[in-house]
Design a protein around this ligand. Structure first.
Ligand code: SF4
Ligand code: SF4
Ligand code: SF4
Length: 333
């Protein structure tokens, strides 16, 4: 049931946001423009504190629902991954988090923001990446289809459609859009949410928060027989069935694993209901996140906190200074 609700909401958001990028009449914006305003990074850059706080609270309550429902780039990857699943079933397996890459890219992203290198930051920004794909690759086809309809309608003495000019942006923009699709396609086809859990800076920030989310998928160790079916169907590769552990920083709250378990051993419940031995774990060590046991782990945890907070602070500071220019540049990329 939870999975069906998530899927329905995700498809609704994905369709409407895609139409927002395609619509040239302005009709969609008057009805569904709010969906663009609740995207995480645009909200941070626009200093929309209400939306940012709401998304942070949503993540702290339900986990990375933003990533499984609201972000169109995440749903886009799910669609590619779904087709891949038709070719090869049960294809995922647990893999440890690549934290140095996640936080390294987050650092590069923050530096690019601070330095005002918009084109580099936009490469990693999920909403910008999705907009680039739709605006450059899908919009010309959409407009061409519209013009065809307008031609037919005109011959039938109807003016229900009208022709529009078809604009194709420069070669470099087109190349970046094609490269974005190719990279996303390969990563999603082979590894589900690899992009989300190793590259996307928004995913890294939300992943940091979601480790402490109130609701989360929990493995009942009394029922679990360690068969691994849930892990082979987890697009985030974040279930370690041998240790009965889930890396909540990478879990995107998709609910896919819930229905896969034949023992009914996974439930989406308040984390407080976790048995003691299954307390939330750190990404690499497998030890409770709240009790780092060695100095190295403490340093690592501090570094993560620092980078994550820095990302938000820097993004906000830069946005304040460049707000107007940002909005224009960001949408153009
Ligand atoms: S990790 Fe990034 S790209 Fe993936 S769903 Fe979340 S915000 Fe979107
Ligand atoms: S599918 Fe169920 S029984 Fe099998 S490893 Fe996962 S939680 Fe355990
Ligand atoms: S652990 Fe379950 S809910 Fe989380 S990403 Fe994996 S399949 Fe989805």
């Amino acid at each position: 049931m939870l999975r069906k609700i998530r899927l329905t909401a995700a498809l609704l958001f994905f369709t409407m946001i895609t139409l927002l990028f395609l619509d040239f009449t302005g009709t969609m914006h008057s009805w569904f423009g709010w969906m663009a305003k609740i995207q995480f990074l645009p909200a941070v850059l626009a200093l929309n504190a209400g939306v940012v706080i709401a998304l942070v609270l949503l993540t702290l309550l339900l986990g990375r629902v933003y990533c499984s429902v609201i972000c169109p780039l995440g749903v886009f990857q799910d669609i590619i991954s779904w087709f891949s699943g038709k070719v090869k079933k049960n294809r995922f397996r647990y893999s440890p988090a690549v934290s140095w890459l996640r936080y390294g890219i987050l650092a590069v992203f923050v530096i690019a923001l601070v330095a005002g290198v918009v084109s580099l930051a936009a490469l990693f920004a999920p909403y910008s990446a999705y907009g680039r794909i739709v605006s450059n690759l899908l919009a010309p086809l959409y407009q061409w289809g519209n013009n065809l309809l307008a031609l037919w309608a005109e011959r039938a003495d109807s003016y229900a459609f009208y022709s529009v000019d078809i604009w194709v942006k420069g070669v470099s923009t087109l190349i970046v859009a094609v490269a974005t699709v190719v990279v996303l396609f390969i990563l999603a086809w082979r590894g589900g949410r690899t992009y989300c859990n190793t590259i996307c800076p928004v995913g890294t920030v939300l992943g940091f928060l979601s480790r402490y989310s109130y609701f989360k998928p929990v493995i009942d160790t009394d029922k679990c027989n360690g068969c691994g079916l849930c892990a082979r169907n987890c697009k985030s590769s974040c279930i370690n069935p041998k240790a009965h552990e889930i890396d909540y920083s990478r879990c995107v709250a998709c609910m896919d694993c819930l229905g896969k378990c034949r023992q009914n051993a996974i439930r989406y419940v308040p984390g407080a209901m976790l048995p003691k031995k299954q307390a939330p774990v750190t990404e690499e060590t497998g030890k409770p996140a709240s009790q780092p046991s060695s100095p190295a782990e403490k340093v690592d945890a501090s570094r993560r906190n620092f980078l994550t907070v820095s990302a938000l602070v820097a993004a906000s500071a830069v946005a304040k200074a460049r707000k107007r220019k940002w909005t224009e540049d960001w949408l153009l990329l």
